[in-house]
Ligand binder design. Structure first.
Ligand code: SAH
Length: 289
């Protein structure tokens, strides 16, 4: 990934902002586990940006906006430590060992992940290893795809008219299989389900939910590349979820529940593109006449 050396003024601005906000200094020998958000670089936190600008070494994942790394210091080491196409490019144990050895070399080590580092992102595994090794660390939360990504599709993760409960789950266990979950309790207990890594087993999950009593016509959506220019949203039903998922691009968030219908009025991104807004105002004029 190219390291943009022209960001000196930007880095100075980030430094000033960090000081003005009294943000913690990135101390040598520390590891910061930070989330970069789902894709739109604007969704990183100020603390996350401060960490990028101050780090000596950045270990980053594949689901990360390239532009953000341009704010790294010249000479900062950028190490790709992610997965591509579901394949492990790096073993988790190697990443954790790397974090520890870099911290022991007195580096400021930034572990930068997509979304939030502690949501289906193995951040906790890394934090636990650091804790065990006695390496000081800080966690910098990020906007998770299952909340912020849905917001970019105009789908609120909760709404009092549709759901007082939301359940986040992964469709992909550590062994690559569908995790063994209590699907009956999930189906009955939570009107809205948000699924990460669920493209592969979406059809199976839908069948389990329907078998547990969920309505086949229940609304569902698949949001691919949420918050990025190539974001796509498929609106479908529980019964059709599997075939819709097979047509979807990765990465994708799946959401099942009545809250999906709110997109009809809340698709602000479509409105910005002139689509929904134009269609709606034409419709309104027709009504008036
Ligand atoms: N820690 C991340 C999740 C990592 S698991 C977070 O908090 O968002 C990877 C899964 O996240 C993907 O398979 C997909 O389900 C979801 N995901 C991440 N970025 C996404 C995006 N921009 N659009 C849609 N889904 C995304």
């Amino acid at each position: 990934m190219p390291q943009d050396l022209t960001h000196a003024a930007d880095r100075a601005a980030i430094q000033r902002l960090s000081t003005a906000l009294n943000l913690p200094a990135f101390e040598k020998g520390w590891v910061w586990l930070a989330g970069a958000g789902p894709g739109d670089p604007g969704l990183i936190t100020v603390l996350g940006l401060h960490a990028i600008a101050a780090a000596d070494v950045i270990l980053y994942d594949s689901l990360l906006n390239d532009g953000l790394l341009g704010f790294a210091r010249p000479g900062a080491e950028l190490i790709f430590a992610g997965k591509r196409g579901g394949k492990h490019s790096c073993k988790q144990s190697d990443i954790s060992r790397n974090l520890i050895s870099l911290a022991h070399k007195d580096k400021r080590v930034l572990r930068l992940k997509g979304g939030d580092p502690l949501v289906f992102g193995r951040g906790a595994e890394e934090a636990l290893t650091l804790a065990e090794a006695g390496v000081p660390f800080r966690i910098v939360p990020g906007v998770t795809a299952g909340i912020g990504g849905l917001a970019y599709a105009g789908i609120p993760v909760t709404h009092r008219d549709t759901n007082h409960v939301v359940t986040f789950l992964t469709g992909h266990g550590a062994d690559g299989k569908l995790p063994e979950l209590d699907w009956v309790s999930i189906a009955r207990g939570s009107p809205t389900l948000v699924l990460y890594m669920a493209r592969k087993y979406a059809g199976e999950i839908a069948a389990k939910l329907i078998a547990a009593g969920r309505t086949p016509t229940e609304p569902a959506a698949i949001v691919s590349n949420a918050s990025l220019a190539d974001q796509t949203v498929q609106i479908t039903t529980l019964a059709e979820l599997g075939s819709a998922a097979s047509r979807s691009a990765a990465p994708a968030i799946v959401v099942i529940g009545e809250n999906v219908t709110l997109r009809e009025q809340m698709d602000w991104l479509g409105a910005l593109a002139g689509k929904t807004l134009l269609a709606k105002s034409r419709g309104a004029m027709k009504d008036v006449c």
